[in-house]
Design a protein around this ligand. Structure first.
Ligand SMILES: Nc1ncnc2c1ncn2[C@@H]1O[C@H](COP(=O)(O)OP(=O)(O)OP(=O)(O)O)[C@@H](O)[C@H]1O
Ligand SMILES: [Mg+2]
Length: 390
């Protein structure tokens, strides 16, 4: 995409000299004019540039008012000034007028190059933020006590311990307790508080409503009491997810067992749904019923994965049987360890922290690695790397 830069030189001589010396910049179309702050707005309207570089030998209040009016009218254009006196006072006034930067006079080819580089940098940062979108994982127990909340909380903790920014959302509006699986603090707010104020949901409101289990592991907890649970409609949930997706790397939803419109909306929004099951006949039967119910909806193929919790290799119910009956793939198995898991839940301390060598903790860590592989940085100097002489 070609960038457009408009230059406003203060004299015809300056414009001539600049054009004579300005080598063409790849991907940039330059329009050079003679003008001042007074003509800034009309140049911006005519050229529709991405960047304006305005030579301003005399920076008086009238000029700033004109610059401010122009940048208010067309806020998408990056305005930079060229000044013989880039003092701090001038800088402050310019910032208030919506100016991005002040470069030292004269307005020459180097100044133009620098301004264009700054524009390109800001665009690439902007697009990085715009593209940032959390992966949304949902956990759904096939039966009460399947281990869905335990797995959701602990997987979230492991992802956060690996450096990802993670948000856990408890959608069990009736007595959900996901926060207690990863923290011993009591949540001061809940997802219903956010739902109540969803019209003005922004980063600040979100930041004040989450419980911080650790720096990069946040929890939007269930309410203490389920009054007004109806505030969280599918539409409100969609708005909340839209906001949090740009702020986290992973968002994990503990959906609970009720497939009401809100639960279905959560599954709809998720990139991946883990259906947590234990290998008992009633649980497999339930999984079959859930899978059949979900097949009636228009979900993306392969979105649902089975996670067999407390898995015993000698189980009489085989994994391929479960896959066949439920028409859903077994993504992974997690072994059982009653004592270790109970200790973690009762202390509100994630298993990885409490017993990292435990088989359940190791399964969770493998799961985390599959979702967010560990990047091994290679030493530039392999010999120094081997000898430790870095
Ligand atoms: N891998 C495991 N090994 C041993 N015990 C486990 C394991 N996973 C979960 N449990 C136990 O199962 C119990 C239920 O777990 P959890 O609360 O996560 O289930 P749930 O699927 O969220 O159930 P609910 O329907 O009540 O929300 C917990 O008390 C926990 O001790
Ligand atoms: Mg639960």
């Amino acid at each position: 995409m070609t960038l457009k830069a408009s230059l406003l030189c203060s004299t015809p001589q300056e414009r001539e000299a600049l054009l004579a010396n300005l080598a063409s910049l790849p991907g940039v179309q330059v329009n050079a004019h003679v003008g001042s702050a007074r003509t800034l707005l009309s140049v911006m309207q005519d050229d529709q540039p991405d960047l304006v570089l305005l030579d301003l030998p005399l920076a008086d209040e009238a000029a700033f008012e004109q610059i401010e009016a122009a940048s208010l009218r067309l806020p998408g254009v990056l305005v930079m000034l060229v000044s013989p006196d880039p003092s701090m006072d001038l800088f402050r006034r310019a910032m208030r007028a919506g100016v991005r930067n002040i470069l030292p006079a004269p307005l020459g080819p180097d100044t133009v190059r620098r301004a264009v580089e700054e524009l390109q940098e800001s665009q690439s940062i902007g697009s990085r933020f715009a593209e940032h979108k959390a992966r949304l994982l949902a956990f759904l127990p096939a039966m009460g006590g399947a281990g869905s909340t335990f797995l959701a909380g602990n997987l979230g903790y492991n992802l956060a311990a690996g450096g990802k920014k993670v948000l856990l959302i408890d959608l069990n509006l009736h007595f959900g307790n996901l926060a207690a699986y990863v923290s011993d603090q009591k949540p001061a707010s809940s997802i219903l508080e956010i739902a109540r104020r969803s019209r003005r949901l922004d980063s600040a409101l979100l930041a004040s409503s989450v419980l911080r289990a650790r720096d990069n592991l946040h929890v939007l907890a269930a309410p203490e009491l389920p009054q007004q649970a109806e505030l969280l409609t599918p539409e409100v949930l969609q708005d909340i997810i839209g906001q949090v997706r740009s702020e986290y790397d992973f968002v994990i939803l503990d959906v609970g067992r009720t497939l009401d419109p809100m639960g279905l909306a959560a599954l709809e929004l998720a990139d991946l749904v883990y259906l947590v099951v234990q290998l008992t006949l009633p649980a497999v039967h339930n999984t079959q019923r859930i899978a059949a119910t979900l097949q009636g909806h228009d979900f993306a193929q392969g979105k649902f994965k089975l996670v067999v919790n407390r898995y015993l290799k000698q189980s009489l119910i085989r994994l391929d049987e479960v896959e066949r009956i439920t028409k859903t793939k077994v993504e992974r198995t997690v072994p059982g360890n009653f004592e270790a898991v109970m200790a973690s839940i009762n202390q509100g301390v994630p298993l990885q922290m409490l017993s990292p060598r435990d088989a359940v903790a190791r399964a969770l860590q493998e799961w985390k690695n599959d979702l967010s592989p560990v990047v091994v940085k290679q030493s530039r100097n392999w010999f120094a790397g081997l000898t430790g002489l870095l």
